[in-house]
Design a protein around this ligand. Sequence first.
Ligand code: HEM
Length: 142
Amino acid sequence: MSMQAADKDAVADSLALVAERCADPTPLVYARLFAQSPDMEALFVRDSDGSVRGQMLYQVLETLLDLTGAGTYGANLIRCERVNHENLGVPPDVFASFFTTVMETFRALLGPDWTPAFDAAWSALLAWVQAVMNPVVEPGRP
Ligand code: HEM
């Protein structure tokens, strides 16, 4: 399994459009996360100014760009953070759901400008992320 070049480009294009439309999507992403998984909000108790939330989202987006680009570190970072987060109190299925939450937030944000190509590309990306987290065999590079 791997991602097609056109899908990688479409994911990057969607992120660029989100950045153009919204200076900081952090509050939207976390509002959606806490609506879906209310128990998670308490884990951010030490994040009084929201900077950890912002930093985490930034890292997630960088990781997704890596998976759609050079693919040098994203897969390993996701596997490490999944274990680190389990120790913080984030169940692995909730950890995995964050990537979908990000997609849903961006889809809502772009509204009619979320294209079928973006949709197909994000489906491929989310499937790839699942494969990275639950490898049946070593998935290799995207
Ligand atoms: C719903 C899923 C998730 C929850 C509830 C969650 C929760 C948290 C919390 C509570 C912290 C702060 C820890 C602290 O107080 O020190 C944190 C930090 C972090 N998370 Fe997540 N996380 C989730 C998903 C992810 C994902 C998918 C990634 C990326 C692969 C990720 C990467 C990080 C990183 C890199 C930090 C450190 C940020 C910094 O302080 O520099 N998280 N996360």
